[in-house]
Each structure stands twice: as C-alpha cells, then as structure tokens.
Design a protein around this ligand. Structure first.
Ligand SMILES: [Zn+2]
Length: 214
C-alpha cells in the first residue's frame, strides 16, 4: 500500500508531550485501519453492490443473462455479491424509506452498454470508466468483434468487460495490472475457461474500499 501523505519528521525541537500526542494519534489510526482490513477480509462479512445495466443495444436476453452470471462469479470469488438492476427496479427505489434509499445509492454502480464506438472510447477499447464516478461504459460493437475474432460466445467477452470496468470504479484507478482481469487487454481464451479473475491484492483492495464506504 502506498501512502503519499506520510513524510518523515524533520523538526528536532518538537517537545516530548506533543510528540507523544502525535504518536498516540498515529497508533489509533493504524489500529482502526487494521481492524477494517481484518473485517474486510473476513469472508463472513457480506459486501454487496447494486449494478444497473443501461442497455441501449438490446443485447439478446440469453447473452446478457450469461454475461451477468460470469461477472457475478468473478465478484463472488472476491467476496462481493452483485445485485443486478434494470431501469424499472431503479425506479422502484423511490418507494424506499430515506435510510434505505441512501444505502441503495451508496452501493449503486452503472454499466452503460452502448451500441458502437463513441468519441469518448479510446483506441479499440472494449469499454471505459472514470474512477471517482459510479459510471462505466462497454461498447457492444467491440464485444461482438472480439468474440467473433476469437470464436467465443459474446457473453464471455461482455461479462469480463463489465467486471473489468466495474473493477476500475471499485479500485478507484484507471491504470492496469500485469496479470488477471485488470490487464490492459482481455485474454479471451483464458476467460472462456473461467481462469481470468482479480488478483489477491485487487480483491483485498476492493473489499477494503467497499467496507470503508459504508
Ligand atoms: Zn481498463
């Protein structure tokens, strides 16, 4: 873990009482984050997110269902349950009480599936996401192209693309990893075999992020 906010103490004239007070404060922070890490890594602690798919492409229902199953499995492996929503269920949130509504919005992420390339989609990316927001986009034309090229069910590519873009949002970073689901390019053959997932480090980071966000 990196922490850019920590710098070495340079002042030599800090009085002892003040130093002790600072040291106590630091210990308290360390204890709190250690407890959070332990809680977040405890498989008994349920963590979940709501994911709303806004599908402008009219994906075949069987493909969408299979893609959801794949993304559900990828997140279940890191201890996060996905509750899938469509536009109708999002609207029904209005019926919830204020506290429930607040919890709902806090856990809500959106995958916008667009038909074809837009100016915002870089290069030949399958999708894009802006960490710091709750919205990601998958370009279905590219999903179909990649699955055609690889001779694979589009659900395999779509499921992994959705999980990858959600990964950017949950990890709060735009960068890619050297291995696994968060690599810059998708290994379609390994994906089809169910062998592409978050790394252990990413899993921990996602769980801690969600636990801290509650
Ligand atoms: Zn990416």
């Amino acid at each position: 873990m990196s922490c850019s906010g920590l710098t070495p103490l340079k002042e030599t004239d800090i009085v002892a009482t003040r130093f002790r007070w600072i040291a106590t404060g630091v210990l308290a922070v360390v204890a709190t984050s250690a407890a959070r890490v332990e809680a977040a890594m405890n498989d008994m602690e349920p963590l979940s997110i709501h994911v709303l798919i806004q599908d402008e492409t009219k994906i075949p229902p069987a493909t969408l269902a299979a893609a959801r199953t794949i993304a559900t499995r990828i997140f279940r492996d890191v201890g996060v349950r996905i509750e899938w929503l469509d536009s109708d269920s999002a609207l029904s949130v209005k019926a919830l009480g204020e506290a429930d509504r607040s919890a709902f919005w806090k856990a809500l992420y959106t995958v916008h599936v667009v038909t074809r390339v837009t100016a915002a989609a870089p290069g030949n990316a399958l999708g894009f996401a802006s960490p710091g927001t709750r919205v990601s986009t998958v370009v279905y034309q590219r999903v179909e192209q990649m699955s055609r090229d690889a001779g694979t069910d589009p659900a395999v590519v779509l499921g992994h693309a959705m999980a990858h873009e959600l990964g950017h949002l949950l990890l709060r970073r735009a960068s890619h990893s050297a291995a696994g689901l968060m690599q810059a390019s998708l290994d379609v053959q390994r994906s089809a075999q169910g062998r592409v997932s978050f790394t252990a480090e990413e899993a921990q980071s996602i769980r801690i992020g969600l636990a801290n966000n509650r």
